[in-house]
Design a binder for this molecule. Structure first.
Ligand SMILES: Cc1cc2nc3c(=O)[nH]c(=O)nc-3n(C[C@H](O)[C@H](O)[C@H](O)COP(=O)(O)O)c2cc1C
Length: 345
């Protein structure tokens, strides 16, 4: 067995007696499962950052990454909010795109068949403005061939309740998930995507799991604001926007940590500022089964594949043959071996 230098200082076996010997990266099998559905790697795209995957095709093999999570699809076509609707922030990005998209008919006619034809694992993200829309979208997507999983974006204003964002209220979040779930076949996992902009994310997590979610995507963007240096007015036409990128990674990790501690058997997908394989590893250690890569894709479109390669090296350096071995290890008492299967008895 080749001993490789650890790629992160905390993995130094000399410094950490719990660390196990490194293995060859080729020995690592990145495949993971979520509720019985296989994914080639635990690294997926994040909704809204790679449309329906076509844009990534020149940079990576969409069939070789974990999944393509599509831009949230609505019932009708929508042009989104007024511009400017994106602004750079330190280590992040603020956007107020407003769910621009072609609507469900065009998505099912063109985007989904393309993904299926490429051999990709399509995770279809849906977003509604009312319970009726979530129910209709669930039915339409649930009946479409080739869908690996459905992600329910509940960070949308409820037009029937003063624009209150579904995700910010456990009761409304649960009703949206329940409405969509009813039309989706039981063998298709449903991932509820939560907002970090709540007092207690565990309460919302428990509510949507009771409503029929199979797993949780943690997290969507957090609300932010940026002032234009010339006009001294909000930089975005929509005034506030969703903050994303490495700036939110510790907050997203905290959400994964809290939810895994409370609901250790629920499959979690960590989202927020994943830029490197070590970032992905941090999410797995905090309790996620997989991660999504979003904002970083805008300056490195190959990142969903690159992060997978880097994760392989990070796992190998720690003697782990599968991502499964490190899921939740950060919750164990200090001194517990990082790799379950390779650790000495
Ligand atoms: C430009 C942009 C558009 C987004 N659109 C969606 C969307 O349609 N649906 C959704 O659930 N999340 C959307 N998100 C949120 C991302 O999927 C992700 O949760 C968030 O950006 C945090 O991950 P990141 O830091 O890796 O970008 C969007 C994010 C950005 C930056």
């Amino acid at each position: 067995m080749t001993r490789r230098p650890p790629t992160h200082p905390t993995a130094d076996p000399a410094a950490d007696p719990a660390a196990v010997p490194a293995i060859d990266p080729d020995e690592v099998d990145l495949a993971v499962e979520i509720a019985g559905v296989p994914f080639a790697t635990p690294v997926m795209t994040a909704s809204g950052c790679a449309a329906a995957g076509r844009e990534l095709a020149p940079f990576l093999d969409v069939a070789a990454i974990g999944a393509v999570v599509t831009k949230s699809v609505l019932l009708d076509p929508r042009s989104g909010r007024a511009t400017p609707r994106m602004v750079e922030t330190p280590s992040g990005m603020l956007n107020s795109i407003g769910l621009q998209g072609p609507g469900i008919d065009a998505f099912l006619a063109s985007d989904l068949p393309w993904l299926v034809q490429q051999g990709a694992q399509p995770v279809v993200s849906i977003a509604g403005g009312s319970l009726g829309e979530y129910a209709e979208l669930g039915r339409r997507v649930g009946a479409a061939p080739g869908v690996a999983a459905v992600e329910i974006n509940i960070s949308c204003p409820n037009v029937e309740n003063r624009g209150l964002v579904f995700a910010c209220d456990p009761f409304a979040a649960a009703r949206a998930v329940s409405a969509a779930r009813r039309g989706i076949p039981k063998d298709i996992p449903v991932l509820a995507k939560l907002s970090p902009d709540v007092t207690d994310i565990v309460v919302v997590a428990e509510a949507v799991m009771e409503a029929g979610a199979t797993g949780l995507s943690l997290v969507n963007t957090t609300l932010g604001l940026e002032i234009d240096p010339v006009t001294l007015r909000p930089a975005l036409a929509g005034v506030t926007g969703g903050l994303s990128g490495p700036a939110i990674r510790p907050m997203a990790l905290r959400c994964v940590w809290q939810v895994h501690a409370a609901l250790p058997d629920v499959p979690l997908i960590g989202i927020g500022g994943v830029r490197t394989g070590f970032d992905a590893l941090q999410f797995l250690a905090a309790g996620a089964t997989a991660v999504q890569v979003g904002t970083v894709t805008f300056h490195d479109p190959s990142s969903p594949a690159r992060v997978g390669h880097e994760l392989r090296a990070e796992l190998a350096a720690r003697g782990a043959i599968s991502p499964r071995e490190v899921v939740g290890v950060a919750h164990r008492p200090a001194g517990t071996p990082a790799s379950r299967e390779e650790a000495p008895a």
